[in-house]
Design a protein around this ligand. Structure first.
Ligand SMILES: Cc1ncc(COP(=O)(O)O)c(C=O)c1O
Length: 379
């Protein structure tokens, strides 16, 4: 049986045409006209002033911290429930991540715990240099209270919107809620360039500097001269062409992923012990991945049993991100709370959510999940 992947790339627009245009222009290096156009198109989509297209979302996270002058000995607050890149970018700068547990209503950073941590840091006289807020699985964090807490202590926010292009919070697009925002275009994201990322900001200085640093920090001189340490982090013109083709279809992809989410809900909601990631009332998720929680006492099997049953049918699913405080590499870092993300990790499973999924494939997946339930009367 053909393998069903979790969230594979889906090239169904003008990607090929734009890629050939870039190829035939012989402008395959970085940057170039496709990179400029891709940046402008992302700015228009998100409603943000400036953007730098980069080789990955991780590169964008790293540069955002470099831009804020994060260095050895600093602390940076970070969502506990995220992909490791958010936290490793902090370590690239020699700084230490401090993790904040998750709000069960949104699956994003708990704003109350953030407030408590900032207050305790202020009392100790050592405030973090930044807060990395993640928009998990395509849903924005709760930026009202998060921004208020950060404003109180004058700590800048960097928004890790790697998974959330197109999502909104009270009508404003993800990527707009910090001093800088980050998107990822790796192969499993809602739009992809194969690998790639974008740093966005309304502050032109940040983006100008990000472009300078991401192209090896070359001083304006005929020879190679460097007064700063730079990086080789820019996106290639060829990959930007693919990104432009993908971006043209973002709305369609979001609608398809929402439909998939609803399809699963309709087909699984009667099962005891199955819950879906909640969609917070403050915004609209881009529905990047559909994620369920399985409570073994009610369902009669745990999420690992379901994952293995799917795998046996050649269907890829994945436990939700293992929280950062549970990662061996971050075992010595501070965590405020932690029980909520531990519980979500224990019970959470990401289901295949790619935009090429057919109803037949969805039914194949649903049949396996339903067959694992030991406590319901099944068909
Ligand atoms: C929340 C989050 N942050 C950062 C990244 C890193 O992005 P990239 O893979 O483009 O480096 C990802 C995805 O991989 C992610 O999901």
């Amino acid at each position: 049986m053909k393998r069903i992947y979790l969230s594979p790339p889906h090239l169904d627009g003008r990607e090929r045409e734009l890629l050939i245009q870039a190829y035939e222009s012989n402008w395959i290096i970085t940057p170039g006209p496709q990179v400029d156009a891709f940046e402008q198109e992302i700015c228009r989509k998100v409603g943000v002033g400036h953007a730098a297209a980069l080789a990955s979302g991780t590169a964008a996270l790293h540069l955002a911290l470099v831009m804020l002058g994060i260095k050895n000995g600093d602390e940076v607050i970070c969502s506990d429930l995220t992909f490791a890149a958010t936290a490793t970018a902090i370590v690239y700068c020699g700084a230490t991540p401090v993790f904040i547990d998750t709000n069960p209503e949104t699956w994003n950073m708990d704003p109350d715990l953030l407030g408590e941590e900032l207050e305790s840091c202020a009392k100790k006289g050592k405030l973090p240099k930044a807060v990395f807020a993640v928009d998990l699985y395509g849903q924005c964090a709760d930026y009202g209270p998060i921004s208020a807490a950060c404003k109180k202590y004058k700590v800048p926010i960097i928004e890790d919107a790697a998974e959330a292009l197109g999502a909104t919070y009270n009508g404003t697009f993800a990527g707009k809620f910090g001093a800088m925002g980050v998107f990822s275009f790796n192969g499993n994201k809602i739009i992809t360039t194969s690998g790639g990322g974008m740093l966005v900001s309304d502050n032109e200085d940040y983006i100008k500097r990000a472009k300078f640093l991401s192209t090896q920090a070359r001083d304006p001189a005929p020879h190679y001269q460097h007064s700063h340490v730079g990086y080789n982090y820019r996106l290639s013109n060829l990959l930007a062409a693919i990104g432009r083709g993908q971006l043209e279809k973002l709305e369609e992809k979001m609608a398809k992923r929402r439909r998939i989410n609803q399809f699963y809900k309709k087909a699984l909601k009667d099962l005891p012990g199955v819950e879906f990631m909640p969609e917070a009332s403050y915004g609209k998720s881009n529905c990047w991945l559909t994620v369920i929680l399985i409570s073994p006492e009610q369902f009669g099997a745990d999420r690992e049993a379901v994952r293995l049953a799917l795998e046996a049918e050649n269907i890829e699913s994945r436990p939700i991100w293992k929280p950062m405080h549970m990662q061996p590499v971050f075992k010595d870092c501070r965590i405020r709370g932690g029980a909520v993300s531990e519980d979500l990790f224990e019970r959470g499973l990401c289901l295949p959510s790619g935009t090429q999924l057919t109803d037949e494939q969805l039914n194949r997946i649903i049949k396996v999940v339903r067959s694992c339930c030991q406590t319901a009367e099944l068909l």
